[in-house]
Design a protein around this ligand. Sequence first.
Ligand code: COS
Length: 387
Amino acid sequence: MSVDHETFQLLKQSIQRFVRERLVPAEDQVEEQDEVPSDIIAELRELGLFGISIPEEYGGIGLTMAQECEIAYELGQTALAFRSVVGTNIGIGSQGILMDGTPEQKTDYLPRIAAGELVVSFALTEPDAGSDAASLTTRAVADGNDYLITGTKRYITNAPRAGAFTLMARTGGPGASGITAFIVPADASGISLGKPDKKMGQRGTKTCDVTLDHVRVPASQIIGGVAGRGFKTAMKVLDRGRLHISAIACGMAHRILQESVAYARDRKQFGQRIGDFQLIQAMLADSQAELLAGWSMVKEVALRYDAKAFGVADANVSMQASCAKMFTTEMVGRVADRGVQIHGGAGYINEYKVERFYRDVRLLRLYEGTTQIQQMVIGRHLIDFQG
Ligand code: COS
């Protein structure tokens, strides 16, 4: 699955133009209204952005991971709420179905997901199961040919927009092997949504609790049709998601650096541009070098990901995806911090973009696995596998 170089360049240029001409000018509106306007969501759909990672045979664009990261880099250069609208369809919501779903599940769901007709969310996290995902307690109990699912899922991105959830629930005993992945329609009886979460940043993104009370789903909704494989599906999805987030982090670092350079050229103190002071240049240089390091890492790991059979677990690539996620999300935190510092007091004022980007990027170090979880994945790999 890949798109030829020329077609890809045209797609990338159209996304670059869309980000610059349509999304960047709408950032203030999203920040003020805490909502991505519906006409922009329609345009994201027309551009095919919901389906970039889904193969052409299912109606998507079928980008490789390396290509997807380049698009994510572009989308990272504006308020992260726009990316979030399409993010679960591109990544964590759809990929479990694509990697491990039955042929029927793929033909039934993927074309609608790719078209953006169906928004799909990933429901793994629970009130008492965050980093320790294998301890989740949402229960799916067999009842004839169905399962009855009961439990609460927390911080579920796009839940208020979702038409379906790829949801991990326990069908067996404790630990990872007792977990099964289901596709659960959002309108199933017994599902209720919590109040929208009030977050530190990323205004316009939609997250909330999803509570399931004896939600009946047929056994045919088990991803791949086999119980007990859900944890591995979730981990493979997260490996991929972590690379996508790494590319977003680099795109955002690029934008913050641009904002910082523009301010440093414009702002005058002590009779000259602050950008002419070496202490300001040092901060800009550190950010530029770290961005280049992070982006080089993401591109390299994405190529290695593509070199493996799609969806097949590879401990080495998982470890490298964690390296990329850890480095780039910490990197953008430092870039944002320097961005605020370069802006001085103005950097603490909401009308300057760096103030909100500083809040927005804080989440990147938390979701799809905290930095400490990435360290654990890397550390364990070195101790257990490295020759
Ligand atoms: N790909 C495929 N399989 C994987 C895998 C991966 N990346 N990582 C682990 N597995 C498999 C293991 O091989 C193991 O299989 P076996 O029992 O057959 O050996 C099984 O899954 C359990 O793995 P492990 O013992 O490593 O599980 P742990 O409970 O120790 O958890 C971590 C591993 C901590 C890495 C996992 O829980 C995790 O990623 N937590 C963070 C969750 C997260 O990112 N949440 C964000 C919410 S979504 S926005």
